[in-house]
Design a protein around this ligand. Structure first.
Ligand code: FES
Ligand code: FES
Length: 236
């Protein structure tokens, strides 16, 4: 068991949890906050979405112990939130829910969108909400509701907020469209940009090739593929 300390809906929480406990299970079973719904339980449907340090996250695939020290906000924590109130009213007005199972996750994702999106373009809303699945409504009412809230807020002169109050996990704007760094294992330890420039490639070059059989053989063990080299002391 691991000691977990976090803040849930502005309330400090401390508990001993199994390392394998998911945040959704912890929130529902231990804190009795059952507004966070579980649908697919493997990160697809978005029903379990909540805010971790201000950023929407799937609680069914988030380990509870990974959130140690984080601020978690569930749908219950947005009772008094202005944007969530506007969205709830718009969802009712536009018939954006039927059974309501997807609605907590929808509201949390939609709130993040209302905070960040400069204008209410239907295509962008559809793309942004594509991580939340609804089996009842057909989405038309959901899109209309979100669009109306964004329209009304921008008409009232409320500007979008870059980062939307996100803190620890970083802003979406920073990561969207940027190339991710290559994993360290794809770089040569000798800092050469390619194997042909590596003066020590026969021993230390770890740059992977699509055709590993074309890698030069190690002078000590004659292995042609990096996978078979770890046994060789010169390659390690
Ligand atoms: S229950 Fe978490 S994404 Fe479906
Ligand atoms: S309202 Fe039923 S799943 Fe969305």
């Amino acid at each position: 068991m691991i000691r977990l300390r976090l803040t849930v809906n502005a309330r400090a929480v401390e508990a001993m949890v199994e390392p394998r406990t998911h945040l959704a299970d912890f929130i529902r079973d231990r804190l009795n906050l059952t507004g966070t719904h579980l649908g697919c339980e493997h990160g697809v449907c978005g029903a379990c979405t909540l805010l971790i340090d201000g950023m929407p996250a799937r609680s069914c695939i988030t380990s509870a112990v990974a959130c140690d020290g984080a601020h978690v906000t569930t749908i219950e924590g947005l009772d008094a939130d202005g944007i969530a109130s506007e969205l709830r009213a718009a969802f009712s007005r536009e018939h954006a829910l039927q059974c309501g199972y997807c609605t907590p996750g929808m509201l949390i994702s939609a709130r993040d969108l209302v905070l960040r999106l400069p204008d209410a373009d239907e295509r962008r809303i559809r793309v942004a909400m594509s991580g939340n699945l609804c089996r009842c409504t057909g989405y038309v009412g959901i899109i209309r509701a979100i669009r109306s809230v964004i329209d009304q807020r921008r008409a009232r002169g409320i500007l979008p907020l870059h980062g939307a109050g996100r803190t620890a996990l970083g802003m979406a704007k920073r990561s969207v469209g940027r190339r991710l760094p290559r994993p360290a294992s794809r770089r040569c330890r000798n800092r050469a940009t390619s194997r042909s420039l590596c003066s020590r490639r026969r021993i230390v070059c770890k740059i992977r090739s699509r055709s590993p059989t074309r890698l030069p053989a190690c002078s000590s063990c004659s292995a042609m593929s990096p996978a078979s080299r770890p046994a060789c002391p010169a390659c390690r």
